[in-house]
Design a protein around this ligand. Structure first.
Ligand code: HEM
Ligand code: HEM
Length: 555
């Protein structure tokens, strides 16, 4: 088939999809669908907030804010049934506690390592003589250590930890075969330590995002498979008929990632231009089909749970899932705009990049409509602040990405710091903020222990939000000016380098604040793990620690 026909077909399919979307909206197919959206609540639980990271006072205020939006009903018989269901949830939480803790503790440790490497790399870009005495401390290696510690340490450890905790809850079934996950975590982390060691020593595969030598990748594959096994066993033995949308996103991400990783790392198959194309097929799909769906699944679960309100439109959430699955797979080519790659492939990736507005809008509209009349809850819920802001950053990074994929814009932004700002908007502003929120929610349940110093959660939030604001704004402006200067043949190249220095300095200031925020987070996390501070009543703070739950906690 000729290339024009392929492009035309893709375009027609995409536009048809858009029209089906608009038609469905007009037919009210996306309106409230309580039956499916309610499955994450026990009977009578809607209208009751669940916010383990909040203090007693914050939780009461949160509940009052939610009560103001609907009329609470009293039904003792129903509440008794609800307590039995909550007890089942406690069982599911118990079954995952150990494995979740191991994954999240590793995630936090890698976050600190990655942030330090990122900060030093950043300083080196405006202070080139800083720490140059050892080869492993040079920019090329340290930057690669930063990226790999983020991509294979912080992000997947947090993602696996949250998935392992959430799926048994959603499937109303205790986790089965948790030991496999623990063994998998050990192998994965051993592989990462070996991989980072080899990068620091100067050995790597030479492809961005795939630097770790393929021999070590074999360990990741075995480790990843072991981590996936308990989730498959639990899914097979589930006690629910309907699979909530978060299960779709998480399940698909955990299915897509091994395929990407295997294809991306098989040695001796791809060469030259084909290799570059495969490199970016992997590069963007690991972002779009692994980290992104895990974070979206988390928003779709934690946001409604915290405010005690089902998502506005369940059908819209499913449309977002299918549109993401349909469009994201082909966008990788937008990293090679201007490269020696067939034009049709690039155009295809641009069309798909722009069509990504469909799943992105589906998510944003749904998040906004669910939060409508509930924005006041942000004042009282520390978790919700991270999650809602993270969700907004998804919209922002994706809309920015769709524009950045256009040839006219990419001509300016490619090879500049603008791309790096966008990268952090997506993987930090969106993914990492959502993961912070999810970890704040999950940990009190995992440890049956309260966050010891609630003010540190607020401090963490403001440090990273202000730090990231400085990082993103400075680097976006600097990157754009750099791109414009590079395109101007009358200006010497060095001018495009020199003009970025103040913006690079501002990135170091922002990055230092973010790193400080991560240190606060890590100190708080490990203080909780060491059981500092007060112990709460009942199995970690369900909205009303009923006598039944308290008795179970004692048992
Ligand atoms: C509709 C959605 C999105 C589109 C169309 C998009 C598009 C783009 C484009 C055009 C680039 C620059 C390529 C270049 O000039 O080299 C880019 C880079 C990047 N994007 Fe996105 N983006 C989207 C969403 C996201 C999200 C949600 C994340 C994070 C979860 C993300 C993370 C990144 C990263 C990390 C890079 C830098 C990759 C590298 O050079 O190492 N993007 N994206
Ligand atoms: C969880 C937190 C973080 C995540 C997820 C993250 C993610 C990333 C990603 C995906 C890239 C590759 C970007 C590209 O090639 O376009 C990158 C590069 C980089 N990051 Fe981060 N980062 C984080 C924190 C930080 C911090 C705190 C700093 C401190 C300033 C920092 C500084 C850098 C630098 C200097 C680069 C290299 C940019 C270049 O090559 O020009 N990052 N980071």
């Amino acid at each position: 088939m000729n290339t024009l026909a392929i492009l035309l077909l893709t375009f027609i399919l995409s536009v048809t999809g858009l029209f089906v979307f608009i038609w469905s909206l007009r037919k009210h197919l996306f309106d409230d669908n309580p039956a499916a959206a309610n499955v994450i609540f026990s009977e009578g639980e809607i209208g009751k907030v669940e916010e383990p990271a909040a203090t007693e006072a914050q939780r009461n205020a949160l509940q009052s804010a939610v009560d103001a939006t609907h009329t609470p009903t009293v039904d003792p018989a129903r509440d008794a049934r609800m307590n039995i269901e909550l007890a089942e949830r406690v069982q599911a939480d118990r079954s995952t506690a150990y494995a979740t803790f191991v994954f999240l503790a590793c995630a936090v440790a890698w976050l600190i390592f990655a942030s330090t490497a990122g900060l030093i790399s950043s300083i080196k870009l405006h202070e080139p003589d800083f720490l140059t005495q050892y080869a492993w401390l040079t920019f090329g290696r340290l930057r690669t250590l930063h990226l790999n510690a983020v991509a294979y340490g912080w992000a997947p450890m947090a993602a696996f930890g949250i998935a392992i905790w959430t799926l048994p809850r959603l499937l109303k079934t205790p986790l089965m075969g948790g030991r496999f996950a623990l063994l998998g975590a050990m192998l994965w982390n051993a592989a990462l330590i070996a991989g980072l060691g080899s990068i620091a020593a100067g050995f790597n595969d030479g492809l961005e995002w795939l630097e770790i030598p393929w021999q070590i990748d074999i360990l990741f594959v075995i480790g990843g498979a072991l981590i996936g096994l308990p989730l498959v066993f639990t899914l097979q033995n589930r006690k629910v008929g309907h699979l909530y949308v978060s299960i779709w996103y998480m399940g698909a991400a955990l299915f897509w990632f091994p395929i990407l990783f295997l294809v991306g790392n098989i040695p001796g198959v791809h060469f030259g231009v084909e290799q570059a194309t495969m490199n970016w097929w992997f590069g963007h799909n690991v972002l779009g089909l692994f980290y992104t769906p895990i974070a979206l699944a988390s928003v779709y679960y934690f946001l409604p749970k915290i405010i005690g309100r089902p998502i506005q439109s369940y059908n819209l959430s499913l449309l977002g899932f299918w549109a993401l699955a349909f469009f994201y797979g082909q966008v990788g080519g937008h990293h090679l705009i201007g490269g020696p790659v067939p034009g049709w492939l690039i155009t295809l990736s641009i069309v798909q990049s722009v069509m990504m507005v469909v799943p992105v809008l589906a998510f944003s509209v749904n998040q906004h409509m669910t939060m409508r009349h509930h924005f006041k809850t942000l004042i009282y819920s520390p978790t919700l602040r991270f999650i809602v802001l993270g969700g907004m950053m998804y919209t922002l990074s994706s809309v920015q990405g769709s524009l950045e994929a256009l040839r006219s814009v990419n001509t300016v932004t490619h090879f500049t710091h603008f791309t790096v700002a966008h990268a952090h908007l997506g993987l930090y502003g969106f993914f990492s903020l959502v993961m912070f929120g999810a970890i704040y929610f999950v940990m009190p349940r995992v440890m049956s222990w309260e966050w010891p110093y609630p003010k540190l959660i607020a401090l963490h939030f403001w440090l990273v939000v202000v730090g990231f604001g400085i990082y993103f704004v400075g680097l976006s402006i600097g990157g754009w000016l750099q791109g414009v200067a590079m395109l101007d043949a009358s200006r010497p190249f060095m001018e495009s380098v020199r003009l970025t220095i103040p913006y690079l300095e501002s990135r170091s200031v922002g990055g230092a604040l973010m790193t400080l925020g991560h240190l606060v987070f890590a100190a708080h996390f490990f203080a909780m793990a060491l059981r500092y501070g007060p112990r709460r009543v009942g199995p970690a703070l369900f909205h009303k620690p009923a006598a039944l739950l308290a008795a179970m906690a004692e048992a």
